[in-house]
Design a protein around this ligand. Sequence first.
Ligand SMILES: [Mg+2]
Length: 95
Amino acid sequence: MQIDKLLIDFRNARDWGQHHTGPELARSLMIEAAELNRIFQWPLMERPIDETALADELADIAIYTRYLCQKYGINLDAAIIAKVDKNAEKYPING
Ligand SMILES: [Mg+2]
């Protein structure tokens, strides 16, 4: 996939692969999720959401998610589909 190649090339050009252990990638993902949460801090204050910052943090989360998927050979699209199936079983539609 083109995005995965972009990410690998970016990392390899900086020799950062040595830092991309599973725990470090997971920790970085959590840090980026916290940065996302920061955007929505104090929701009662009337201020517009910084959409550029929101996009940046979502991209950071996606980047670390993809690095983790690459590291452990996970097809993210297939994993999402499988998880939605599990969720559908766990939370059936009441009707
Ligand atoms: Mg960030």
